[in-house]
Design a protein around this ligand. Structure first.
Ligand SMILES: [Zn+2]
Length: 413
């Protein structure tokens, strides 16, 4: 006799394959940017699966989708699980969608087991997690949690001048039989399953990671202004070479960000000499800084040195440093981490605690309710890549842990 919900691993894998068809690339990946026709099709497929079960669907003003199985006490907020349906350009078959499908499989298994819960249970597909069509990443969950303003985010345009707001309207038009969800409506708990996007679980032979937290990050743009001049006639003493000044800054920054432990992540991902020419002393140089660390104090202390280091190395040039993101590290509640370990242990899945080096929607959900994350291995830790791959038994393990946890959480009053 079975006491809990039993997920159907075969059905879950078929759904992964069906979703992988939407935006499929020749090399076996998926190209499904937020609220493109393909992404809307993915939402419609979820709705097609939800309908026959009698699950209801709600959309909010920023395009987050909520698939709901009612509870017995309508005064209680839902416990929820989910992730995102969008991918990076030429991305993979698992990043995001796997967490949505794990949650949906859990909901179906709970329904099939006929288990009544006081709390409603929901699957959430957060809109625009990747941020590759519309900036920023995690837009849907951020707006829902109040971390970004709705109007400004709806006004964001993609490369063709299409606004997020018009895309959300298109999603609603494609799903006419859906209800409306208020932004910030309470959640009782949220749990997100996701591929690890790193090599640790695979290396350790574990299939469930109980995520302890997410590292914080800060992002800057640095603009160096010198004076453009003739490369043949301008002596060194008269030059105001923005490129060399920027080089001095980047070298000093690199040295200042070195840590013995190799935990701090420091990246200059873009560097440009706008309007540069082969015979022109650069009058302008621009670069970006992305730094990440799990410890808030270290992130603050090292990051705060960046503007000063740039100024000290500007030479004859001027420098402007603009910090446009400063996100603290996040620790998930111990009770949630332990609950994941307990659920994995009960099913006999080898598991470990693990830290998330990447950002996820669970960060914003954590501002609203107790939240947690489950990682499963992905092949060689590869992600944001068409070759991204997870094993059927691992996505099934995530769905089973989610199902068991949702039941426990949905019984609590
Ligand atoms: Zn993701």
């Amino acid at each position: 006799m079975s006491s809990g919900p039993e997920i159907d691993a075969g059905r879950l894998w078929q759904r992964h394959l069906a979703m992988a068809d939407i935006g499929a690339t020749p090399a076996g990946g998926v190209h499904r940017l937020a609220l493109t026709d393909e992404d809307i099709e993915a939402h419609r497929l979820l709705a097609d699966w939800a309908g026959p079960r009698g699950f209801s669907i709600e959309l909010d003003a920023i395009g987050n989708m909520f698939i709901r199985r009612e509870g017995s006490d309508s005064s209680l907020p839902p416990v929820a699980s989910g992730s995102h349906t969008d991918t990076q350009p030429m991305g993979g078959r698992f990043d995001g969608i796997s967490g949505v499908l794990a949650a949906f499989e859990a909901l179906e298994a709970i329904d099939e087991a006929g288990i009544e819960t006081p709390h409603p249970i929901e699957v959430i597909a957060w809109n625009n997690e990747e941020g590759s069509r519309f900036i920023p990443a995690c837009m849907g969950s951020a707006v829902y949690a109040g971390a970004e303003p709705l109007d400004a985010m709806r006004a964001r345009e993609d490369g063709d001048g299409v606004t997020m707001g018009s895309c959300v309207d298109a999603l609603k038009a494609a799903l006419p039989d859906t209800g409306h969800r208020d932004l910030g409506a309470p959640l009782a708990a949220f749990i997100e399953a996701h591929i690890e996007q790193g090599p640790e679980l695979e290396a350790n032979g574990n299939i469930i990671g109980a995520v302890t937290g997410m590292q914080g990050y800060r992002r800057f743009t640095v603009a160096v202004t010198g004076e453009a001049s003739h490369s043949g006639t301008t002596p060194r003493a008269r030059r105001r070479d923005a490129f060399f000044a920027a080089m001095d800054m980047t070298q000093a920054l690199r040295a200042a960000m070195l840590d013995e432990e190799d935990i701090l992540r420091f990246t200059i991902g873009r560097f440009a000499i706008p309007g540069g020419g082969i015979s022109v002393v650069p009058g302008r140089a621009e670069f970006t800084i992305d730094m990440r660390h799990p410890d808030a104090a270290t992130l603050r202390e090292r990051g705060d040195r960046i503007p000063q280091i740039c100024r000290e190395n500007a030479g004859a040039c001027e420098v402007e440093v603009d910090e446009f993101i400063n996100q603290d590290p996040l620790d998930f509640p111990q009770a949630m981490i332990s609950a994941i370990e307990t659920a994995a242990g009960r099913r006999g899945y080898p598991h470990q605690r693990i830290y998330s080096a990447a950002g996820h929607d669970a960060r914003h959900a954590a501002a609203l309710c107790p939240a947690g994350m489950i990682f499963i291995p992905c092949w060689r830790g590869l992600s944001h890549n068409e070759a991204e791959r997870a094993e059927p038994e691992h996505v099934a393990a995530a769905a089973q842990v989610i199902a068991d946890m949702l039941i426990d959480l949905a019984q609590e009053r």
